[in-house]
Design a protein around this ligand. Structure first.
Ligand SMILES: Cc1cc2nc3c(=O)[nH]c(=O)nc-3n(C[C@H](O)[C@H](O)[C@H](O)COP(=O)(O)O)c2cc1C
Length: 242
């Protein structure tokens, strides 16, 4: 194992969901900033970056947010809470940004590759991300891929629900990078999905179409911050090879 792998192994093993945070220990907010900078580098679907991260650190706002997280202990004792938000509503902005980057990249890309990417962002991405209130477009797309899929491999995940899954996968990966980074920096986290998303969105002034992916409690762990032993299915039960 390389030195880097040993360090990474230690970080992964030491990351636990910490449910109680030390209120007196020194708290360095720059750890969260650095960890969010790393989270932004996470892989994400088509580099659409349909995410937003909201830091909640004032006592008053933390208290309100903890209340919307059903007053769970990690939320109530966190030194800071970070809300991971999915922003499907920003898809047009993201397509425009990606197209701008494709068009500007004239020094290091082959013209054929550039054309492919231009097509991808100007045709595929709008078709996938367009709002589909009555699911009519979703049904048509599903029918289309079912038919084309009879003869050749086709991407089957084309509906409005698939779109939601796609975006949340990427936001979840960012949350994972964030939590591992916070541990590497010496602090701890607890991901939370037990919350009232409607009230959180209102509190943060987020638009109706934004979705809360996760709230992550952050801080230095208290002495008794681990509530449960870490239990996982054994490797052979969840991993197979063909
Ligand atoms: C998406 C997600 C949502 C979670 N929501 C909560 C939650 O609302 N409250 C909580 O105490 N823990 C929550 N957890 C933490 C899990 O219970 C925890 O990760 C799991 O028990 C494994 O323990 P470990 O993280 O210490 O390895 C959540 C974890 C994930 C990934």
């Amino acid at each position: 194992m390389t030195n880097e792998a040993q360090i990474f192994d230690k970080v992964v093993n030491e990351r636990r969901s910490i449910r109680l945070y030390d209120q007196k220990a020194k708290y360095d907010k720059s750890i969260v900033e650095r960890s969010l900078q790393r989270a932004i580098l996470s892989p994400n679907s088509s580099n659409m970056q349909l995410w937003e991260f909201v830091r909640v650190s004032s006592e008053e706002k933390k208290k309100e947010l903890a209340y919307y997280c059903m007053d769970q202990l990690p939320a109530k004792t966190a030194r800071e809470l970070v809300v991971f938000v999915a922003r499907p509503d920003k898809y047009k902005q993201s397509i425009a940004h990606n197209l701008e980057l494709v068009n500007a990249a004239d020094n290091f890309e082959k013209e054929s590759r550039k054309e492919k990417r231009r097509n991808y962002y100007s045709k595929m991405m709008p078709a996938f991300y367009a709002f589909d209130f009555l699911y009519i477009f979703s049904l048509l797309k599903k029918l289309f891929v079912t038919l084309t899929g009879i003869k050749k491999p086709s991407i089957r995940e084309v509906t409005a629900i698939d779109k939601k899954v796609t975006i949340h996968k990427s936001v979840g990966l960012a949350a994972s990078t964030f939590m591992l980074s916070v541990r590497a920096e010496g602090y701890d986290t607890c991901p939370l999905e037990g919350f009232d998303s409607k009230r959180i969105k209102k509190m943060l002034g987020l638009p109706r179409r934004a979705q809360i992916n996760m709230v992550v409690a952050v801080g230095p762990r208290a002495k008794d911050g681990i509530f449960y032993p870490r239990i996982r299915y054994p490797y052979d039960e969840v991993v197979s090879e063909i």
